[in-house]
Write a protein that binds this ligand. Structure first.
Ligand code: GDP
Ligand code: ZN
Length: 350
């Protein structure tokens, strides 16, 4: 014990992971963090410097779920094969995970970024501005384990900023909203607050909202402030891959480009948490299991009637709840199938 994990603290290593690693009980392994992912090959950075790592074949066989595979931001235990190649023998438990349902019909969780402290959801104040979509992202992020923050970019295009911010604050109760203009370099100072040394932040949001522009600005100003250039994964220019970057002033940043489709990954309870106002209202419904349809004494419908609750917010709430329910049913089905398959496999041949 007392192993001096030189350089790992800079990458976000802390007591949580130290404990998790100790619990693995694996002597002789090195630690590294996944910096980039490319078709099941991983660029990792850690005690042995930068290495290209792969998961062993058995991993592929045993991993029942896509989410078990290493993701950008994960801490992994590696066994070196050469000076710059390694085998990933374990993925350490995650403190947080930003996930989505994999694109298409497959019911599987895909981790976009792991061990993120703060997730910055970026939305643009242009014609694409859509509080309903932001609600979806907020709902998905509430259960990630990372603290969500909203960045409203392109304030230069918005004539009624105060109204928009107020609209969002009503939707995202208790979440900081930062209006910025990456183009005019306004409001970005507030974002530096989240780039504390050894802490990991991630940007998510639909493409075109300005994530790359913001990140490039942050990189630029940090470099000017510190004069240092120590960037992991050649992050100076933003690529189209998911990647973890070490910022000049010490914070860590994960970029998750190209997210057009964010399908909800979570449970009904998470949706409820994103709609605390509606949950609050429904506590006043006469029936505890009120579905806010045509039940008598429904406080939610009453609020809709007098205009205390926006109908589109209520519709979105219903839609997300249906989606979460459907996903739960599909997960159950997948689990049942897997169980049956296992039973068949372990059955003794006669
Ligand atoms: P990403 O897909 O989220 O990474 O978005 P980009 O950073 O590539 O930006 C998409 C477009 O929005 C580009 O044409 C940017 O120049 C533009 N853009 C980014 N930030 C701002 C801003 O603050 N104001 C305006 N007007 N345009 C911006
Ligand atoms: Zn009701």
């Amino acid at each position: 014990m007392g192993h001096a994990r030189t350089g790992l603290a800079n990458l976000g290593w802390n007591g949580f992971f130290e404990q998790a690693f100790a619990a693995l009980g694996t002597e002789g392994l090195s630690l590294a963090r996944v910096v980039r992912e490319e078709r099941e090959r991983y660029l990792v950075c850690g005690e042995l410097g930068e290495m290209v790592a792969e998961v062993p074949g058995r991993f592929r066989y045993e991993a029942t779920d896509e989410s078990r595979f290493p993701a950008v931001g994960d801490w992994v235990a590696v066994k070196p094969l050469s000076s710059d190649q390694a085998l990933i023998t374990a993925v350490l438990p995650r403190r947080s995970a930003i996930s989505r349902k994999v694109a298409g019909d497959k019911t599987s969780e895909q981790v976009l970024a792991a061990n993120v402290d703060t997730v910055l959801l970026v939305a643009g104040l242009d014609q694409e501005f859509n509080p309903r979509r932001i609600e979806r992202y907020v709902a998905a992020m509430r259960q990630s384990g990372a603290a969500p923050v909203i960045v409203l970019n392109k304030t230069d295009l918005c004539p009624d900023l105060a109204a928009r911010v107020a609209e969002l604050r009503a939707v995202a109760v208790g979440i900081s909203v930062h209006p910025v203009s990456a183009l005019e370099e306004k409001g970005l100072d507030a974002l530096h607050e989240y780039l504390r040394a050894a802490e990991t932040i991630a940007f998510i949001g639909s493409s075109g909202v300005g994530k790359s522009t913001i990140i490039n600005r942050l990189l630029g100003t940090e470099r000017q402030q510190t004069g240092a250039v120590s960037v992991v994964g050649k992050g100076q220019h933003i690529t189209s891959r998911r990647e973890l970057m070490l910022m000049p002033a010490g914070g860590l940043l994960i970029d998750t480009p190209g997210m057009r489709e964010l399908q909800l990954w979570g449970e009904e309870a998470d949706v409820n948490r994103a709609f605390e106002d509606i949950e609050e209202l429904s506590r006043a419904c006469r029936f505890r299991d009120c579905r806010h349809g045509d039940e008598p004494g429904c406080a939610v419908r009453a609020a809709l009637k007098v205009g205390d609750l926006a109908p589109e917010r209520f519709r979105n709430y219903c839609k997300l709840q249906r989606e979460a329910l459907l996903l739960a049913q599909r997960q159950k089905l997948v689990e049942m199938k897997a169980k049956r398959r296992k039973e068949e496999e372990t059955r003794e041949p006669d």
